[in-house]
Design a protein around this ligand. Structure first.
Ligand code: PBG
Length: 325
């Protein structure tokens, strides 16, 4: 026997030298939920240790994340029912919750990269990502017009990157044109390019009270059975001006991450979604798995599949684990 692969596994030092993929705080984007009010932080029941924060407490959380080395956050608003309507007008209110939060973060922790979500669902009485007609159909082009307004309004507030998660056709190009026409050339676009109609989003919809009031999202989000379609979506978003592309969810779609990685030179982002978070937390709470090890192994699998960045509710916990060791 001449080949003995175990030779390179003999000591921790050797194993570290030949380690192919690494997980660092620089890879992680930390999603945060902001709500109205003061002095409040409410745990999301299906996402243990994940909270909705009022703005004052959110700023503390952002500062803590920054001090742990996290460079980017993704912001999601909990919009009061009274501010929701059929066309999501609150989404481009210059004094809306997202806009106020972005300004406050930029003042408190100026270097933290702020990524804001573009979609109508948190602002819609129907819980859909687009405008709904009287037959329950989601209207593409009128929705895109509103998404452009939403993007410009977030850019005015000072966001660094807008992240359209709505899956309407043509929105990346329209948003790029709208931002440029308004002078926001430097605001980037992280496109949710391959976003699947997934049951893994359940806990997130609990967090925002944004579950669809009727039907499902299958006329705009992708079918879990498809992979070539993901490459089509990615190609379109790149042609329309995306700066980064995302695959979502991540864990059940590692093959898609891998294929997208070989199809583009842009940074690829994996969204480790709420249901993936909830599964690990639930099993760990039962004592059935070793939480830390499973978190690190799971996130590393996304890097190995080809993700450059991971959007994950575990971001801060992982940063703390790194700091301990
Ligand atoms: C909505 C949006 C969703 C998520 C991010 N943006 C839910 C959905 O599409 O219904 C889900 C994220 C998660 O589950 O962690 N535009």
């Amino acid at each position: 026997m001449t080949a003995r692969p175990r030779r390179l596994r003999r000591t921790p030092g050797l194993r570290r030298m030949v380690q192919e993929n690494h997980l660092t705080v620089n890879d992680m984007i930390y999603p945060l939920f902001v709500m109205e009010g003061e002095g409040q932080k409410i745990e999301i029941s299906s996402m243990p240790n994940c909270f909705r924060y009022s703005l004052d407490l959110l700023l503390q959380e952002v500062a803590e994340a920054w001090s742990l080395g996290i460079k980017a956050i993704a912001l999601f608003p909990v919009v009061p029912e009274s501010k929701k309507d059929a066309t999501g007008t609150e989404s481009y209110n210059p004094d809306g919750l997202v806009q106020r939060t972005v300004k406050a973060i930029k003042k408190a922790v100026p270097e933290m990269l702020v990524i804001t979500d573009i979609a109508l669902d948190p602002f819609s009485i129907y819980g859909h990502d687009g405008i709904v007609d009287d037959q329950g159909k989601i209207l593409n082009d009128p929705t895109v017009e509103i998404l452009v307004k939403q993007a410009i309004s977030q850019a005015e507030a000072g966001t660094d990157i807008v992240a359209p998660s709505d899956m309407m056709d043509g929105r990346i190009g329209a948003i790029r044109q709208g931002l440029d026409a308004a002078g926001y050339f430097d605001v980037g676009i992280l496109a949710y390019s391959a976003k699947y109609a997934s049951a893994y989003y359940g806990p997130f919809r609990d967090a925002l009270d944004s579950a669809p009031k009727f039907g499902d999202k299958k006329t705009y989000q992708m079918d879990a059975a498809n992979s070539r379609e993901a490459l089509k979506e990615v190609a379109l978003d790149i042609a329309e001006g995306a700066d980064m592309v995302m695959v979502k969810p991540a864990l059940a779609y590692l093959d898609i991450i891998c294929q997208v990685k070989s199809a583009t030179h842009l940074p690829v982002v994996a969204y480790n979604v709420s249901g993936e978070y909830a599964m690990i937390k639930a099993a760990a709470q039962q004592g059935w798995i070793d939480e830390k090890s499973v978190i690190l192994e799971t996130l590393l699998s996304m890097k190995r599949a080809g993700a450059d960045l991971i959007l994950t509710y575990f971001a801060k916990q992982v940063a703390e684990i790194f700091q301990e060791s």
